[in-house]
Design a binder for this molecule. Structure first.
Ligand code: NAD
Length: 252
């Protein structure tokens, strides 16, 4: 069953990992997609592969999620290319590790801008288009938004912020037919963990206390499946939730 035929979808951070799996999954279910990413070359390559594999329209646009003006501009580019917007997936994000008392101020700002502020800036620009289609937003939070993470204060704060923003937008727009939800993945096998590996100086035992109870990380496609559910009509009365896909990590 194709749940997204005729739907127009914008996925941020779509050149890699969860974002790429999400754009691919929604396209496989019939969506026309825009892949937005700071890595335009990789996003273009992915869009071409998606269009060829699934017979949908797929476009790539470059943007830096840390820049509010670029967040707004990429939404206009997406709507210009697709003609409408039904689903926004705010997925772009970075991870960083540092002791809180040594945390560089610039790094704190960068993590918050990319992981949290961009979710607001992209959503703000997308909301008029989503109100027109009675569409929905899926935000990529994290188990780190529900649990404290040692050495990752900025990341955890940014992902908690995403949950607060998700709930606020959900209640603000529910009566207008627009839904807003979040997903909280635990460990996922993506390049993020290679780009930002746990540093040698960290007490790894403190971090591994947060491991999935199932003993295994999720595949990006498993997170994409959860996005597809929340973004689809199957979830037509679901708004303001955070759906954990974390092998029981945040359960106790
Ligand atoms: N991998 C995990 O274990 C995990 C767990 C929980 C939540 N998440 C969240 O899932 C989301 C996707 O992460 P992933 O694991 O797929 O990582 P990834 O590194 O594979 O993908 C992230 C994408 O975001 C893009 N990006 C980074 N900075 C950007 C910027 N300034 N502007 C625009 N694009 C930018 C990257 O180019 C990349 O394509 C992130 O928000 C991350 O915090 C990941």
């Amino acid at each position: 069953m194709k749940r997204f035929t005729g739907k127009a979808v914008l996925v941020t951070g779509a050149a890699s990992g969860i974002g790429l799996a999400t754009a691919t999954r929604l396209a496989a279910e019939g969506a026309d997609v825009v892949l937005a990413d700071i890595n335009l070359a990789k996003a273009k390559e992915a869009a071409a592969a998606i269009a060829a594999a699934h017979g949908v329209r797929a476009f790539a646009f470059g943007f830096d999620a840390a820049d509010a003006a670029q967040c707004a501009h990429v939404v206009e580019q997406a709507v210009g290319a697709l003609g409408r917007l039904d689903v926004l997936v705010n997925n772009a994000g970075i991870m960083s590790w540092a002791r809180a008392h040594e945390y560089p101020a610039e790094l704190w700002d960068k993590v918050l801008k990319i992981n949290l502020y961009s979710v607001f800036h992209v959503s703000r620009a997308a909301l008029p288009h989503l109100l027109a289609t009675k569409g929905n937003i899926v935000n990529m939070s994290s188990a780190a938004g529900l649990q404290g993470v040692p050495y990752a204060a900025a990341y955890s704060a940014s992902k908690s912020g995403v949950l607060g923003l998700t709930r606020s937008l959900a209640v603000e727009y529910a009566e207008e037919g627009l839904r807003v939800n979040a997903i909280c993945p635990g460990a996922v096998d993506t390049p993020l963990n290679q780009v930002s590996p746990i540093p040698d100086w960290a007490d790894k035992a403190k971090i591994y206390r947060m491991a999935p109870k199932t003993g295994k990380a999720s595949a990006p496609e498993e997170i994409a499946a959860a996005v597809a559910y929340l973004a689809s009509q199957d979830a037509c009365n679901v708004t303001g939730i955070s759906l954990s896909v974390d092998g029981g990590q945040s359960a106790g």
